[in-house]
Design a protein around this ligand. Structure first.
Ligand code: ATP
Ligand code: MG
Length: 312
């Protein structure tokens, strides 16, 4: 059976500080592990909302790998293309938050199982009929073999499949210039791009996000600018559709953007009009920041619909 949404991922478990303003170079308490990685968050929410999804990636034969797979399976994500790498450890990320809203990440991914997915591991036969492949700049920056896996998807894109791209720049991994260059082949083929604040300007070299988004829209791409607590702006051709956000209490902002993308793509697959896709995704993004942990706040379909109804 063909998938709605498949992603290539640097699979991680996330371990975060319990309190604000505890930098990663000093002893203090952590909580976790939580299943994570940017694109697993995307397929996790899409599966919870009813899409048929799968994740491609690698874990080690250890408790973190087990934690990751259990989370995916409980949401309905197909993990049959997640490879166990003997002798490798599952990737992880340590995160701390500061009172000004900024955060620091420390990744163990490049030399962990997360970076050991290979292009030749792809089962292109199994991927025939997939509606969307979701790829990100972060994953492209983890390792050469993960890049090559993403390039193979783009080069051998099954008939009728489309590419969704989220820049998701993590400066801890590679410089903006390096990521931009690595992502060029993916962006060229992308039908939809989901930049966060500053990423459209950084990726296109334009002076502002607005100009960057318009440039991509002129190239025929659907562009959805994620604007944090302000909601999102959708660009298609000459059209610009601003979608307001929902007011919530933010507990943990990590993963909002990835959740947003999963909900938007699910709505798009269901044939909803663009403004409704935006509203659906803004609701999912807002709900996701209310709980600690990258996927803990991800709503079920019934929860999301109840939230939308309560806010209409
Ligand atoms: P990340 O990379 O950490 O996953 P991002 O920068 O890609 O995040 P954001 O713009 O922060 O993505 O969030 C995505 C969407 O989630 C926003 O467009 C908005 O609709 C919703 N959202 C995020 N934070 C909030 C918030 N504090 N209140 C309400 N909605 C929010
Ligand atoms: Mg992002």
């Amino acid at each position: 059976m063909a998938y709605d949404l498949v992603t290539v991922s640097a699979i991680l478990c996330e371990i975060m500080r319990k309190e604000l303003d505890k930098p990663l170079d000093k002893p203090a308490d952590f909580t976790g592990p939580y299943a994570s990685g940017d694109t697993p968050i995307t397929v996790n929410i899409a599966a919870k909302l009813g899409a048929k999804t799968a994740v491609i990636g690698s874990v080690g034969p250890d408790p973190f790998g087990k934690c990751f797979k259990a989370q995916m399976v409980s949401s309905g994500v197909d993990v049959s293309m997640v490879k166990d790498i003997p002798g490798a450890s599952t990737g992880c990320a340590f995160v701390c938050y500061y009172s000004d809203g900024s955060r620091d990440f420390l990744y163990h991914s490049r030399h962990a199982a997360a970076g050991m997915t290979h292009a030749e591991d792809l089962d292109m036969e199994k991927l025939q009929g997939t509606k969307w492949f979701h790829l990100t700049g972060y994953n492209m920056s983890v390792s050469k073999s993960l890049q090559e896996t993403c390039y193979r998807i783009v080069d051998e894109l099954p008939e009728g499949s489309r590419i969704s791209f989220d820049p998701n720049i993590r400066p801890e991994s590679l410089s903006v210039e390096e990521v931009r260059e690595l992502c060029r082949p993916v962006i060229e083929k992308a039908s939809i791009i989901f930049p966060s604040k500053t990423e459209a300007a950084l990726f296109t070299g334009c002076a502002t996000d607005e100009e960057g988004c318009r440039l991509w829209a002129d190239q025929g791409k659907l562009v959805v600018l994620k604007n944090g607590s302000e909601g999102c702006i959708i660009y298609q051709g000459n059209e610009k559709i601003p979608v307001p956000s929902f007011q919530v209490e933010e507990v943990d902002p990590t993963g909002a953007g990835d959740t947003f993308c999963g909900a938007f793509l699910t709505a798009l697959i269901e044939g909803k009009p663009l403004s409704e896709c935006g509203r659906f995704a803004c609701a999912a993004g807002a709900m996701s920041v209310r709980k600690q942990g990258p996927m803990e706040g991800a709503p079920s379909r019934a929860e999301l619909e109840a939230f939308l109804k309560a806010h209409s």
